[in-house]
Write a protein that binds this ligand. Structure first.
Ligand code: FMN
Length: 190
C-alpha cells in the first residue's frame, strides 16, 4: 500500500464557516492525504504525534481569534514548530482586497506576532454573515460595523457569503505542495 500522509485539520468556529472552509480543503486534498477534521473545544485532547502535517483554522469575533485556539498554540508551539504546518484565519474584513493577506489583515498580523508557533504557510479568508441567526445584540453590532465599513446591512438575508472559494482551493494546493507532499516530508523526517 502506498504511504498516505496523516494530516490534522483542526478548527474553531461559531457559525461553521471555518468548518466549511476546512471541509473544502479536505475535499481538495482528496485521497492524497488521510485527514482528520476536528473541532477544537476547551476540553479537547489532541495527540499531535499522530500527524505529519497540521492545519489550524480559526475565526474572528469582536476583534479576536478564539482563546481556545490561542491556548492550544501556546501549549503546543514546540511540537507545532517541529512539523510542517499551516494557519488560516476567517473574518469579514478580509472581504476587502487590501485586507486579505496575513500581512495586511491586522487581526491576523497581530495574532501571528503574538504566538511562538511559526506556521509554514498562512492565509486569511473572508467569512460569511448569518444575520437572522444572531441574537439581537450581535445582529445590531455587526450591522453597525458593516454600515461603518460600507458593507451589507440587510439583516433579512439568511446568509451573505464573502468566501472566495478559488482562493481557498489555491491555498489547499499550496498546503499540499509545501506542507504535505511526500517529497517535502521525506526531506524533513528520515
Ligand atoms: C458576534 C460576531 C462578531 C464578529 N466580529 C468580527 C470582527 O470583529 N471583525 C471581523 O472582521 N469579522 C467579525 N465577525 C465576522 C466573522 O468573523 C465571520 O462571520 C466568520 O465567517 C465567522 O466564522 P465562523 O462561522 O467559523 O465562526 C463577527 C461575527 C459575529 C457573529
Amino acid at each position: 500500500m502506498s504511504h498516505v500522509v496523516k494530516v490534522l485539520l483542526l478548527y474553531t468556529t461559531h457559525e461553521k464557516q471555518t468548518l466549511k472552509i476546512m471541509q473544502r480543503i479536505k475535499t481538495q486534498l482528496g485521497d492524497k492525504c488521510d485527514c482528520d477534521v476536528i473541532q477544537l473545544l476547551p476540553d479537547s485532547h489532541i495527540d499531535l504525534t499522530k500527524y505529519q502535517a497540521v492545519l489550524l483554522g480559526s475565526s474572528i469575533r469582536y476583534g479576536f481569534y478564539s482563546k481556545v485556539m490561542k491556548k492550544f498554540i501556546d501549549d503546543n508551539y514546540q511540537q507545532l514548530n517541529s512539523i510542517r504546518s499551516g494557519f488560516f484565519g476567517v473574518n469579514v474584513v478580509a472581504r476587502k482586497p487590501n485586507k486579505n493577506t496575513p500581512e495586511t489583515n491586522l487581526y491576523t498580523k497581530k495574532f501571528l506576532a503574538k504566538i511562538a508557533w511559526k506556521p509554514t504557510i498562512k492565509a486569511v479568508f473572508a467569512g460569511a454573515l448569518y444575520y437572522p441567526q444572531y441574537n439581537w445584540f450581535d445582529r445590531n453590532m455587526i450591522r453597525f460595523i458593516m454600515w461603518l465599513g460600507k458593507g451589507d446591512t440587510d439583516v433579512t438575508k439568511p446568509v451573505i457569503e464573502y468566501t472566495n472559494w478559488t482562493n481557498v482551493d489555491e491555498f489547499a494546493a499550496q498546503f499540499y505542495q509545501q506542507v504535505c507532499a511526500p517529497s517535502v516530508l521525506d526531506g524533513i523526517k528520515q
